[in-house]
Design a protein around this ligand. Structure first.
Ligand code: NAP
Ligand code: ZN
Length: 348
């Protein structure tokens, strides 16, 4: 099937329309017409080759909501017309112990990313959600609960699960004290999800500018990371800190905010951090950890949780042809709080 998407041809070229082939349906495949696609900072990192592993031309997008248009002969869970979603993974070995445990993100062979990964059968490079269509094996397709707004569901597929998973891994619930560093796409979802789980939530941001929004989203407190007095007063308070900062940074000032045995989990910067001082970790038996997206079963659990608790992202709707301006704004943290592309035939 021929389709069309927005592709970057190099680290410096703007995204523009490109035709490409979706693979022919395998027996276990679902063909999806994409209706909405969220814009994650990882898309921007990939297009700019920040991580050094981008293959061009690159069609990003891993927060996908669409409608089933065809299914393979072995697909029984989905039928034409269903609303479905796809996140950051489209395949894995399905046989290692991590895949069996529903944690495909740790597949011993490495999971196949929704874009920028070789297909496990053809070696063709996967292409993501900034397109009209995608074909995905059924195990990596999610059901969208009926009560969810389709456009607002898109950001849940990455920003939602990437923050839900560490909150669940570290058993956040009533009585937990959680801090979220960086209130962007991931950060604002971390706030909403932790609030919905019953936690006391503090946003740690670079300036005052997002304070009102943070409190409106349900946060209980707001800290400015540059304000040393307030940071000192907040020492020893938190069970868990979710760090969503997308660039190399120094985590040392945040570690004293943790209680004894508290954990700071990195979900933002993928790559080197600034040199870390061990003293606040040693003095408080504190930990620095990391977390990557979440498994398919946990992603479905998160979608169902969001439907039940009415947790939805704050979105700014854009057209596909405005993606380059959206990337510029995302780079400046000027988005409230996730761009979602509404796909229209006229965009291509
Ligand atoms: P985003 O919308 O740009 O949000 C990042 C936030 O971090 C900004 O809103 C800003 O918050 C803060 N920030 C930005 N630049 C900063 C700087 N130079 N110093 C300190 N703080 C800064 O990005 P996102 O889509 O949430 O993604 C965040 C990161 O997570 C990206 O690096 C992305 O690649 C990564 N990611 C990881 C996973 C995973 O599985 N681990 C999954 C998805 C994304 P304030 O204005 O409040 O300070
Ligand atoms: Zn993402």
């Amino acid at each position: 099937m021929k389709t069309i998407g927005y592709a970057a041809e190099s680290a410096t070229s703007p995204l523009k329309p490109m035709e490409f082939d979706c693979r022919s349906l395998r027996h276990d495949d679902v063909a999806i017409e994409i209706l909405y696609s969220g814009v994650c900072h990882s898309d921007l990192h990939t297009v700019k080759n920040d991580w050094g592993w981008t293959i061009y031309p690159n069609v990003p997008g891993h927060e996908i909501v669409g409608r089933v248009i065809e299914v393979g002969s072995a697909v029984h869970q989905y039928k034409v017309g269903d609303h479905v979603a796809v996140g950051c993974m489209v395949d894995s070995c399905q046989s290692c112990h991590h895949c069996h445990d529903g944690e495909e993100q740790f597949c011993v062979e490495g999971f196949t990313q929704t874009y920028n990964s070789p297909d496990r059968h053809t070696q063709d490079i996967t292409k993501g959600g900034y397109a009209k269509h995608i074909v995905v094996r059924q195990e990596f397709v999610l059901s969208v609960p009926q009560s969810l707004d389709l456009a607002k569901t898109a950001p849940l597929l990455c920003a939602g699960i990437t923050t839900y998973s560490p909150l669940r891994s570290w058993n956040v619930g009533p009585g937990s004290k959680v801090a979220v560093i960086g209130m962007g796409g991931l950060g604002h979802m971390a706030v909403k999800l932790a609030v919905a789980m019953g936690a006391h939530v503090t946003v740690v941001s670079r300036s005052h500018s997002k304070k009102d929004d943070a409190l409106n989203l349900g946060a209980d407190a707001f800290l400015i990371s540059q304000d040393n007095d307030s940071m000192e007063k907040a020492a020893g308070q938190f069970d868990l800190i979710v760090d969503t900062v997308p660039v190399k940074h120094d985590v040392t000032p945040y570690i004293p905010l943790l209680k004894v045995d508290g954990t700071l989990t990195l979900v933002g910067q993928v790559g080197p951090l600034a040199e870390i001082n061990s003293v606040p970790m040693i003095l408080g038996r504190r930990r620095i950890a990391g977390s990557i997206i979440g498994g398919i079963a946990e992603t479905q659990e998160m979608l169902d949780f969001c439907a039940r608790m009415q947790v939805m992202p704050e979105v700014e709707m854009i057209k596909m042809q405005d993606i380059n301006q959206a990337f510029e704004r995302l780079e400046r943290s000027d988005v409230h709080y996730r761009f979602v592309v509404g796909m229209q035939a006229s965009d291509f």
